[in-house]
Design a binder for this molecule. Sequence first.
Ligand code: ZN
Ligand code: ZN
Length: 328
Amino acid sequence: MRAVITPERDGKWKLDEVERPKPKENQVLIKIHASGICYTDVHQTKGELPVQYPCILGHEPVGEIVELGSGVRSRKLGERVGVPWVQASCQRCEWCLRDKNAFCRNSFGTSAQMQGGHAEYMVAWAEGTMPIPDQLSYEEAAPIFCAGYTVWSGLRLAEPQPAERVAVIGIGGLGHLALQYAAACGFPTIAITHSADKKKLARELGAEYVVSNGEELAAIGGADVILATSNSAAQTFDCIQGLRPDGRFMVMGFYSEPFQISVVDLLFKRARVIGSIQNGIQYLYEALDIAARGKVKVMTESFAFDDVESAYSRVEKGDVRFRAVLTF
Ligand SMILES: [Zn+2]
Ligand SMILES: [Zn+2]
């Protein structure tokens, strides 16, 4: 099969011919139809997140089950599925037994312990696959397996109350979805973006207000929940000034700088800074369901498999509107 190989740290992605994997017991073989490219792929390629090279990245894979390993009873041939980052875990440790397998130290991650989705085929643990609603195309579904799942998890963890204001920092792969999920729930929603060309679009995606920075956010009265999806530490920290008292600042972007908040903001606003990942498979189900009901529109730029080099360079530069998806 053909696959995108990341050969080494800082290596250039290249298309190569490799052996098609075989599903073992309780695994399925998926023929990939679409595979989203997340900014985490860039972090993995640069060695900023741990990876064993050479590897096949891609943790937003969707496709069709074409082979079942022995013992699989919950999935069938031809079923449309996608796979999130955590596919399976040890089921023995404290975190697995407390239904928080994101913290399991022996879990199987897509594009980490398991081969990723930038390939014609991939093997996954059957229990780690999620059926895709019929209303969503493969291309629309792929970005929900990381970007949509992540932002919906963050919004749910923030526990916004009716009429609270939700702001989203960064209108990119994650942010364009976060904005729509918050607006779909009826929260007064605020987009925070520097890009002039994204301001009009942010309103079309449901933002009641669009501001450029933390100062402007504070000037319009601030937000009770801030979903920080930006990968820029400076932009993220600048927006803390727009957090309202008892506000929740949800950190979902990744950068190497230590997190900075003044004690004045922390103490006197009784602020809560909360890290959020993909917090449980029920949120992936909900994120897909809301999109299937037409409340959230996934905006993608699709790239043919042969164009993987240009896809990667556009993602790295932050030029994609809003999620790059490889299609096969
Ligand atoms: Zn991701
Ligand atoms: Zn475990």
